[in-house]
Design a protein around this ligand. Structure first.
Ligand SMILES: [Zn+2]
Length: 350
């Protein structure tokens, strides 16, 4: 939004490349295709909830990620009647836009993003063709590089995005059955995770003791890098475990101050394979914008020559409590409040 680039609806726009999404039927999902008629009708009903296009997770499912309860939930007849007036709007939700390319396409350039005339000309194109929403105040900053110097945040992208999505797919009964993951396997993974807690050193912090789709970012990170490779082994089907391990290895390289410099090409290769296999395993409808952005993650590591933890939001999130407590007295003008109180503190201690 701050960069003045269109939200990734699929027609455009990834903030890094000019990929165009593909509009697909919800039933194109490989997992859904294997399901029975009743399951398909449930999926379609869920996908018809308002506000479900774009990033691709429907409202009903997104709620279930928090509660873990999705088994055969039906929309009450009363609710169906209420939503009749939205018939036209909901009928469009049977299709979703997905990013099906496994390679990043033509990259954006900093010069293009900063060119005011280029932006204005772009905005005159049809809405499905344009990439920009307007000019941005950030363009006034001298030397700013809107494309290359706006790093992806792996805390939200990988930890809170991809990892939690993977876990929710494994534990949700409908998708779990279609992925041929045994219920006992999930119980075994939970038992292993619980048993291993006493052996984990304190510096590892808050590690998860069971599979949940509402982990905090630190829990998802600990699972991806340390716990998952151990507790998932021989419990998930090999192809799913191998796919998870590719993501785990890639992020492990990205998080290591040494490896991120010497093995960034391997990280890039692993992430491409992860995205490609993810498509094959979980289907078209799971190829959301987060998955596409995995293709660009290694570029940031290479550009900054720094580990992912250095360029992620983990650093800032650790200070949010402090900022909310000591800097913000209300929700209006947070930046101005922070600046003024920070200056006052600096004056006091100088
Ligand atoms: Zn892209």
């Amino acid at each position: 939004m701050m960069l003045g680039i269109k939200y990734p609806t699929g027609y455009s726009c990834c903030s890094r490349c000019k990929v165009k999404g593909t509009r697909i039927q919800v039933s194109d999902d490989a997992i859904v295709e294997e399901s029975s008629d009743s399951d398909t009708s449930t999926s379609t009903a869920n996908s018809n909830m308002p506000g479900t296009s774009g990033m691709g997770i429907n409202v009903r499912t997104a709620r279930s990620y928090k509660t873990g309860r999705t088994r055969n939930r039906r929309i009450p007849i009363r609710c169906q009647k209420k939503s009749n007036h939205k018939k036209k709007r909901t009928s469009e939700k049977t299709t979703v836009v997905r990013f099906l390319d496994h390679e990043p396409c033509e990259p954006r350039t900093d010069a293009e993003a900063l060119d005011r005339n280029f932006r204005l000309n772009d905005m005159e194109k049809p809405s499905t063709e344009r990439h920009f929403t307007g000019t941005t105040p950030l363009m006034k900053i001298d030397g700013i590089q809107l494309v290359s110097r706006t790093p992806l945040d792996y805390m939200h992208l990988i930890c809170l995005g991809v990892v939690r999505t993977l876990v929710s797919l494994w534990i949700t009964p409908e998708s779990r059955d279609k992925l041929k993951i045994q219920r006992e396997s999930i119980e075994n993974i939970n038992k292993k995770s619980s048993d291993i807690q006493n052996s984990i050193p304190l510096p590892f912090g808050n590690t998860p003791n069971e599979l949940k789709a509402n982990w905090k970012a630190t829990q998802a990170r600990a699972f991806l890098l340390y716990l998952g490779p151990v507790v998932l082994k021989e419990e998930l089907p090999f192809i799913i475990y191998d796919n998870f391990m590719k993501l785990s290895k890639a992020i492990r390289i990205g998080c290591s101050p040494k490896l991120c410099k010497s093995h960034v090409s391997l990280m890039r290769q692993l992430l491409r394979e992860f995205v490609s296999e993810y498509h094959a395993i979980y289907g078209n409808s799971r190829m959301v914008y987060n998955i596409h952005n995995c293709l660009h993650l290694a570029d940031d590591v290479e550009l900054y020559a720094a580990a992912l933890d250095i360029i992620s939001n983990f650093v800032y999130e650790n200070h949010i409590f402090h900022m909310k407590t000591y800097y913000l007295k209300s929700s209006t003008f947070p930046a101005a409040q922070t600046f003024k109180r920070d200056r006052k503190r600096s004056d006091l201690f100088s």
